[in-house]
Write a protein that binds this ligand. Structure first.
Ligand SMILES: Nc1ncnc2c1ncn2[C@@H]1O[C@H](COP(=O)(O)OP(=O)(O)OP(=O)(O)O)[C@@H](O)[C@H]1O
Ligand SMILES: [Mg+2]
Length: 761
């Protein structure tokens, strides 16, 4: 590796761009040498400080761009940071090492693969691929994958890897249950299988560099020398492996700057370890800590709301956060019948806000706890003709046809990859039956070799004869395509030839169904992506392209310039900001999530997640919840989230502008402890007017038609039938009738004049 010499110019004076920072931020940016810790609240400019700090280091000639390593939580964050630095100091920003832990370390591993017995063109297995391998192993060990779930085993292996517990030691540490016993066995075989396939899983991308550095001090030193400055964003969500690898890298210069917010730690279920932040000052004794206290993102109301939530958690670092922005609008709580009602109401509010205040589609985000909640919102937005972008969910690259095509392409760079080979050896069907495939697997195991190696001599193997000829054709095709690619054929042409020669496209054409047409379109879209990649790179390589797309994260797909409303999970929204935010599905067992099998709920983490969601909002914030929701094909009653009761009552209001605090006071003396969670109790507490407590049998109305509040869409309470919603209205004056859909009693037609109805908001 070449060494970098710094330009000999003298550092320039204080650059202009520092004027875009407050005093504390400036201090953090210009404190260049030695360990630096910034723990600060949401929106206080942590990410901005990192960006400016890098620009400053370059501008002061403290380091060449190649000597700065910045680790971000998403690829998108890295890209944006790079663009901003480029705006501040120009093109040299291009050479910075910036990206997620996974992408940076996969890059290093590609350079050093041979040192740990891998080829540079290793495949990166996503979670699905890992589970496929584990399923196969379970079957070979005669376990039923329906009983012993590959997913469960994979989670256990993944957790262990992130805690740096290796397969050999797993046995000693954990074998206490049958499941751990099985995991221990699978773990070893799984590692071996991946190695044989020249493949790494996501966790390996963090664990292997540590092994590499520990086994090869000279290589560690090379990278320690190279990365003079290390910066890490969202440090609260790093796991043990990430902590360890950066500690190794920073050991020489100790120019490590980490920024984070303990209140936003939301990935402990994936092994993120908050003690990384807490112990920073012990790890680096001469660490400097700079606080950032001014929030530039949100109104006072939003900050007050966020603060009232997070202070309910017992474990918090002390932090101050203030803003000189206006108080702003109070947070509006939307109460809905069910998820459809919720989606429609949110869509209507968006339409209103656009009309009344001139917001654009991309000023809005709808945030939910789990991906499946998105569907009804998509429908509602589509009906209202509001453009949206869905971030997350089943990604393009997870579609069957895309995974198939990528499997072929993977074999062109790494034919030993067994999972991908088995995926397409008979896809499209080319007469290689399951029995023949099982024979191949068996012989590969016996010879401890890859399937690719053994099928080179297919004629000599013990396999059904007609299948042999088919396998031979397959091997020849892959070899032909590989040598063309190596001979300099472009990636696009190779893909085109592959699609033809493999018969994949022809099979789709012959199928000629709506479904197969869509698959063809998706493949064409993939070809577009490949051409785009090829044109944008000086030295495009298929192997680098494949690695790049295997590391795309959910948030990477979010495009803030797209004129569309954003739909995403709260997890994916980390670090982002929007003028108007809707946090939906605020119900018990949804947000906060309830305990499920294999998943204990950490209520403080759920609360931090809620805090993250709230602090994404700049100007307007809405909370929404439903009284019932379709789950497992049944309509279930839902209780409102405890978080709604924890929020400072002074900053929230109902849709009609009434403060919740007035209501709360009214019922304060009646609620005690957890009974407030009871559905019926909540219902009365939050939604009925005072008079409901002693409803008169008949209430007389003196409204003129059209002026009274009993219009279509209005929610009402009937003293006998309970809550309902007016779905139509007919007749005039004293004859006016309404059809009400009662939640528990179905549809009823009522004389408005005589019915004991109350409007509820
Ligand atoms: N000194 C400043 N002057 C003007 N705007 C600022 C300043 N500092 C930060 N901002 C703006 O405030 C917003 C929040 O900043 P940033 O995203 O860096 O905060 P953060 O602490 O990283 O937030 P989070 O905890 O959500 O990641 C951004 O829009 C940023 O541009
Ligand atoms: Mg940030």
């Amino acid at each position: 590796m070449k060494t970098f010499s710094l330009p000999s110019e003298e550092p320039k004076g204080r650059p202009d761009f520092l004027s875009g920072l407050n005093k504390q931020q400036k201090q953090a940016v210009t404190h260049t040498d030695g360990p630096l810790l910034i723990v600060a609240g949401a929106g206080s400019g942590k990410t901005r400080v990192l960006t400016y700090r890098i620009a400053y280091l370059l501008q002061q000639y403290k380091a060449a761009p190649e000597q700065i390593l910045a680790l971000t939580f998403t690829n998108k964050a890295a890209r944006e940071m790079k663009e901003r630095i480029q705006n501040l100091i120009g093109d040299k920003a291009k050479k910075l090492w910036m990206g997620t832990f996974h992408s940076i370390f996969s890059k290093i591993l590609r350079f050093e693969a041979d040192k740990i017995g891998y080829g540079a063109d290793f495949t990166i297995y996503d979670t699905n691929d890992s589970q496929t391998v584990i399923k196969q192993i379970l079957q070979e060990l005669n376990f039923d994958p329906k009983e012993i779930k590959p997913k469960t085993i994979h989670n256990k292996i993944s957790d262990s890897k992130n805690q740096l517990i290796e397969a050999d030691t797993y046995q000693d540490r954990f074998v206490s249950s049958t499941l751990d016993d099985i995991t221990a066995r699978v773990y070893k075989i799984y590692n071996k299988r991946l190695k044989q396939s020249n493949a790494m899983d996501f966790d390996d991308l963090l664990v292997k560099p540590i092994q590499l550095f520990e086994q090869h001090p000279d290589i560690l030193e090379k990278y320690q020398d190279r990365f003079k400055y290390i910066l890490i964003d969202e440090y609260q969500d790093t796991n043990h492996a990430q902590y360890k690898v950066t500690k190794l890298l920073a050991a020489k210069y100790e120019n490590i700057c980490v920024v984070g917010d303990d209140a936003q730690s939301i990935y402990s279920f994936r092994g993120a370890d908050i003690s990384n932040i807490l112990n920073f000052k012990e790890d680096y004794e001469d660490a400097t800590q700079v606080p950032l206290e001014q929030n530039y993102r949100s109104t006072k109301a939003i900050l007050q709301c966020a603060d009232s939530i997070i202070k309910q958690n017992t474990k918090q670092l002390d932090k101050t956060l203030w803003t000189d922005q206006d108080y702003g609008e109070r947070i509006t709580v939307l109460e809905n019948f069910d998820e459809r009602d919720e989606a429609n109401r949110v869509a209507s509010h968006i339409q209103n806000l656009k009309m009344k205040h001139g917001y654009k589609n991309n000023n809005f985000a709808i945030l939910y706890r789990t991906n499946y909640q998105s569907r009804v919102f998509e429908e509602a937005l589509r009906r209202k003709d509001l453009a949206y972008q869905l971030v997350g969910g089943l990604s393009f690259y997870q579609r069957k046809e895309i995974k198939d095509v990528l499997a072929y392409l993977t074999l062109l760079v790494n034919p030993h990859d067994e999972t991908n080979l088995l995926r397409i050896i008979n896809e499209p069907s080319r007469g290689i039956g399951n029995k023949s495939i099982q024979d191949l697997i068996k012989q590969a195991r016996e010879e401890s070799s890859s399937i690719w190696n053994i099928i080179q001599n297919i004629e000599e193997l013990d396999v059904y004869k007609p299948a042999k000829a088919r396998v031979r054709e397959f091997v020849d095709m892959i070899n032909r395509l590989r040598s063309n690619l190596e001979g300099g054929e472009s990636i696009s042409d190779t893909v085109k030839a592959m699609l033809e020669q493999s018969g994949y496209m022809r099979a789709l054409v012959e199928e000629n169904s709506h479904e197969s047409m869509m698959r063809r379109d998706n493949i064409i879209e993939l070809q577009n992506a490949i051409s785009y990649y090829e044109k944008g790179k000086e030295k495009p390589s298929l192997s680098a392209f494949l690695q790049e797309i295997s590391l795309i994260t959910d948030t990477d797909k979010f495009d803030e310039d797209k004129p569309a409303i954003t739909l995403m999970t709260v997890h994916a929204s980390k670090g982002l900001e929007f003028p108007c935010v809707f946090i939906v599905g605020l119900e018990e067992n949804l947000f906060p999530m309830g305990a499920r099998d294999n998943f204990d709920v950490d209520i403080e983490e759920e609360r931090r997640l809620f805090y993250v969601a709230i602090t994404r909002a700049e100007e307007r914030l809405y909370f929404s919840h439903c009284r019932s929701r379709f789950k497992f094909g049944e309509e279930m009653r839902q209780s409102r989230s405890r978080f709604l009761d924890e929020v400072d009552a002074g900053v929230v209001q109902t849709e009609t502008g009434a403060t919740i605090s007035q209501k709360k006071d009214r019922f304060e003396n009646k609620s005690s402890g957890d009974s407030g969670r009871d559905m019926d109790y909540d219902w009365k507490q939050a939604h009925t007017k005072k008079t409901y407590k002693s409803p008169s049998a008949t209430i007389h109305y003196d409204y003129e038609d059209g002026e009274d509040p009993f219009q279509v869409g209005t929610k009402v309470m009937h003293s006998k039938f309970g809550p309902g919603k007016i779905i139509s209205r007919s007749g005039l004056g004293t004859d006016a009738k309404v059809v009400v859909f009662f939640k528990n009693r179905g549809q009823k037609k009522l004389m408005l004049r005589a019915a004991p109805l109350q409007v509820i908001d």
